[in-house]
Every structure is written in C-alpha cells, then in structure tokens.
Design a protein around this ligand. Structure first.
Ligand SMILES: C[S@@+](CC[C@H](N)C(=O)[O-])C[C@H]1O[C@@H](n2cnc3c(N)ncnc32)[C@H](O)[C@@H]1O
Length: 297
C-alpha cells in the first residue's frame, strides 16, 4: 500500500503522526533520512530531551519507522553526542544497541566531516569536526546504488595519466606507507569515481571508496540552527533510492530532505513539530518548484 499523501509536510509530533496507518502504511517508504534533536541541546528552541531519557524517547518512534520502511529500504540517522562535564555522553551508543534489539541491523557508520564546524579549543579536547550518519536496515540485502554517487574523475587525472610509467601497469605498493597495493592503470579509462574518495596525499591522488563524507559546500544557515547541507540528503538519496521512490524525514526542520528529493525526482513526506519551520520549508519548496518549472524542457 502507498501512503495516503505524497509530497506533503505534516506539522505534527512525529511520535503521534507516524502511528496513522493511512498516512504511513506498513512497508511503504524506501528511505528514512533524518536528524532528530540531539540530547540536551537547543532546549529553548526545539530540543531539550535529556540524555538519560533519549533512548526511551526515541524507541517508540523507531518502532514506527521500522514498521513503515520497506524490507529492502534504509534508515539513515544523523546524530552526535554532546560533551557534558568534560566527557562525551554515551546515549548514541546506547541507542544503537537498543535499535539492534528492536530488530534493526546496524550496517555502517558514515562520518560526516564538517569543515565549517563550530570553532573552538578546550583544555581537554579539540574542535569537533564530524557527526555520525548511522545507516540501519531491516535485512541484509538492502537496496544500494553505488554507481549513482560517482562523480567525474576531475582534471588531475588528465595530467596523471598523460605519462604512465611501467610501474603504473603492475600492482605495486602505494608510496604512502599504507602497504596497500594498487594498479594505477586500472583508472585509465574511468570517467567517474566515488566522491569524497579522491584523496590527495603527498601530491598523489588515490581513488578509494571511504565512509568519510566531505561535501564541497556546507549549509547556509537559513533560519534554523541545525540545517543539513543539501549535499548530505542528496548523497544518501542517490545511494539508496531510485526515481519516484518515497523518502520520509520525520524531523524535517526547514525541509532540506524534501528539497533534495524533489531535485532528484523522488517523492517525499516530512514531519515537523514547529509551525514556523514548516512554513519556511513550504516556501523553499515552492521556490525550488518554480525554478524547476521555468527551466527549458
Ligand atoms: C536537527 S533539526 C533537523 C533539521 C533538518 N535536517 C533541516 O535540514 O532543516 C530537528 C528538527 O526536529 C524538530 N522536532 C523536534 N521534535 C520533534 C517531534 N517530536 N516531531 C517532529 N519534529 C520534531 C525540530 O523542530 C527541528 O526542526
């Protein structure tokens, strides 16, 4: 069964909204991609869930998410624990364990490297420059379209491949002390590679699939303090869905997931508790649709 409405934003508490089985039938969405309020953060705006209560708060929501996700779908949870009294909280680890008990498979942890992270230095640690994107699935053989996230190899390749040495045609150890073998000639006719993975190290380029996500641009803050850069939902949507698939974001904020879904020809459903954010999301969606429809066919 399909959700009763697609391309819609509900102004509601997702813990309640998700229980509506007409809006959210069993096994009806292809990807759930979301960033819930983190514990003990933004108490005055929208968050404020205590770390000790976080798992208990999130589990009933996750139970509904499990129900509505298609068997071969994916759930990507962007989250990061705070520091309290000089040490990291542990609620994310506790949440992972609790989600596994609920039946989720914890497939992978992507590290979202944030080059414009909040500046600062503390006596006992350094600037915090990454967040977790936890990938869960319901079964082992989930849908994943790795080719869809490839990007053009880039100009460096022209120069690098112009003068190939004999060693480039045999498998040899890379010059980085990594002890990894590589055959440079394997990339000769490649036009596309995985993004984030063209790593420049000691002036050499290495094309390695990694789980560290570096996006070329970062978010412009709009009127929300924790907005995704558009590239983040774009990347996961390409990786885990096809055209017309359905993406759900139960904490959609100002609608970044919906914008990425629309731009990629997918369907979206968003839930957001704050009216003001829903209004802003709708405005951005209208703007984007205007831009798309004014493009020459
Ligand atoms: C981290 S922000 C998400 C930002 C979003 N990724 C974006 O790019 O705009 C979390 C959002 O969840 C919303 N929220 C908090 N509790 C909620 C609930 N129970 N149901 C739905 N939305 C909720 C907050 O208002 C906030 O906008």
């Amino acid at each position: 069964m399909q959700p009763s409405r697609l391309d819609v934003l509900y102004n509601a508490d997702c813990a309640v909204c998700l229980k509506n089985r007409q809006r959210f039938p069993n096994n009806s969405v292809d990807l759930i991609l979301t960033s819930p309020p983190y514990a003990d953060r933004r108490n005055h705006s929208y968050g404020g869930i205590a770390a000790e209560e976080y798992v208990e708060w999130f589990l009933p929501i996750a139970e509904q998410l499990y129900r509505v996700l298609r068997p071969r779908g994916s759930f990507v949870l962007n989250i990061k624990e705070n520091v309290k009294d000089g040490e990291r909280q542990t609620y994310v680890m506790e949440l992972i364990l609790a989600l596994k008990k609920q039946g989720w498979r914890w497939v992978e942890e992507y590290c979202w490297y944030k080059k414009n992270s909040y500046p600062g230095k503390w006596p006992n640690r350094f600037r915090d420059s990454w967040e977790r994107c936890l990938h869960f699935s319901k079964q082992r053989n989930f849908k994943m379209y790795q080719d869809a996230v490839k990007v053009p190899i880039g100009d460096w390749a022209k120069k690098r491949f112009k003068s190939m040495s004999k060693n480039d045609f045999i498998r040899s150890l890379s010059g980085t002390n990594s002890r990894l073998g590589r055959r440079v000639a394997n990339w000769l006719n490649r036009r596309k590679v995985y993004p984030h993975n063209v790593v420049v190290f000691e002036k050499e380029h290495y094309v390695e699939p990694t789980n560290v996500l570096r996006f070329p641009t970062e978010c412009t803050n709009r009127n929300h303090s924790a907005v995704f850069p558009l590239e983040l939902p774009t990347w996961f949507i390409k990786l885990f869905t096809r055209k017309n698939n359905i993406i759900l974001d139960p904490f959609i904020g100002v609608g970044t997931t919906a914008l990425a879904a629309i731009a990629l020809g997918r369907r979206y459903i968003g839930i957001e508790a704050h009216k003001e954010f829903v209004r802003e999301a709708k405005e951005s969606i209208r703007e984007l649709k205007g831009i798309i429809s004014s493009r020459p066919a």
